[in-house]
Each structure stands twice: as structure tokens, then as C-alpha cells.
Design a protein around this ligand. Sequence first.
Ligand SMILES: CC(C)(COP(=O)(O)OP(=O)(O)OC[C@H]1O[C@@H](n2cnc3c(N)ncnc32)[C@H](O)[C@@H]1OP(=O)(O)O)[C@@H](O)C(=O)NCCC(=O)NCCS
Length: 159
Amino acid sequence: MIKLWMAPGGLHIEPGQAKDAGDLAAIHANGFYRGWPNAEFASFLSERETPVYVACDAKRRIAGFALIRISADEAELLTIAVDPIWRGKGLGQALLKAALDDLLMSSAKRMFLEVSEENVAALKLYQRQGFTTISSRKGYYPRADGSAATALVMARDLG
Ligand SMILES: CC(C)(COP(=O)(O)OP(=O)(O)OC[C@H]1O[C@@H](n2cnc3c(N)ncnc32)[C@H](O)[C@@H]1OP(=O)(O)O)[C@@H](O)C(=O)NCCC(=O)NCCS
């Protein structure tokens, strides 16, 4: 079965492939203070329990992605990132919706994520998709100046 979801800007969303590791690492590095190596993405892309959803055009140029980890009845959003030139166009929403839709066919019954309380765009995205804050972790996200921001742990039921 081919999995495909529509996305804004003439893009679509489909499962990530092994060859995407470098593109995902580059987009991720643009969105976070600490990047992850290509090998980390190559490993995620090779495992069934860490599905990746990529937003791309017909030539498969990738504009953003979401990475999930499924363990038994829980799913976790490990990361989501959109290329800076594509932000604010609804791709984040589309990626999260595609992941939530696909997870309906998995063993997961509840989904969790962590987000900096300072990340306004991500908080809006998660709240709109029904996530609520269940706890917080102080001093979790390192900042460039040596201080650290509080992480919010959010969750929602699937289905
Ligand atoms: C978070 C991120 C994935 C959102 O992707 P996106 O494609 O820009 O998101 P969308 O266009 O779907 O917008 C999602 C919501 O954020 C809002 N938003 C987008 N950019 C914003 C900004 N710079 N400031 C405030 N709100 C913003 C949108 O208005 C929308 O809210 P709404 O539905 O209430 O209108 C993207 O900003 C990103 O890659 N950030 C860097 C990586 C990151 O922080 N990931 C999340 C880690 S937990």
C-alpha cells in the first residue's frame, strides 16, 4: 500500500527512505541548537518502530519531516522540523496530521512529545492538534549562553 498525504504548497507527504538521511540531518540542524549526525537518521530510517514522514515535491526535494518512535501502546514525536524557507505555510500541521493518521494503524494508543516552553510556533502546532501539557522539566533545553529552557511534556490520545 502506498502511503501519501496532501500538503500545502503543492507538496505531499510520504514515508521517509534510506537515501533521505542527509537531507533530514541538514533540515534538523537548521531547526535546533544541537544537530544529530546523518548516521542517526540513517538508523531511524531503517527501523520499523521509528517511522519518518517527509514533505516533498514531485522531484522528492524535502521541505520538512516528522520522526516518531513507537513502543508498544505509546508513540513519541522524536522531532519535527521544516526548512526555514517553508515555515509558516502549514507544513508542520500537515506533517503532524499525517503522522497522527498513520499511527491509527499502529499499536500506539497515546502520543507524547517534549517542547521548549519558548517555542511559540511548535506550541501552537501541538495545541491545535489536541496535545495538552502533562508535566514540565526545568533546565532541559541548553541555550547558546549556557543557560537552559524548561521543557513541557505534552500528550494526546490517538484515535
Ligand atoms: C515548529 C515547526 C516544525 C512548525 O512548522 P511550520 O511548517 O512552520 O508550521 P505551520 O505553518 O503548520 O504552523 C503551525 C502553527 O505555528 C504558527 N507559527 C508558525 N510560525 C510561527 C512563528 N514564527 N511564530 C509564531 N507562530 C508561528 C502558525 O501560525 C500555526 O499556528 P495556527 O495553526 O494557530 O495558525 C517549524 O517552525 C520548525 O521547523 N521549527 C524549528 C524546529 C522545531 O522547533 N521543532 C519543534 C521542536 S519540539
